[in-house]
Design a protein. Structure first.
Length: 79
């Protein structure tokens, strides 16, 4: 059975270089790495994989600082 193919045009040079480095780090060809990226992009989160989902969300906010909401709540109550 022949698998469908996709052609992606106009990829930014830096994005392509990052994908190539990622593929090399994972000991895969660029094509194989792109398959993994596509599969991960459309994968449904598994109910038993809560830790991985939490780690991914934490990574999105890594290094960012947020104000203490308790102070804002107190100020709002005191109005």
């Amino acid at each position: 059975m022949k698998m469908p193919q996709v052609l992606v045009r106009d990829i930014e040079t830096d994005v392509l270089e990052k994908l190539k480095r990622r593929a090399q780090k994972n000991h895969r060809s660029l094509e194989a790495e792109l398959r993994v990226v596509f599969e991960q992009a459309v994968a449904e989160p598994e109910a038993g994989n809560v830790e991985a989902a939490m780690a991914r969300v934490q990574g999105m906010f890594a290094g960012r600082r947020f104000s203490d909401s308790a102070e804002l709540l107190r100020a709002d109550r005191d109005r």
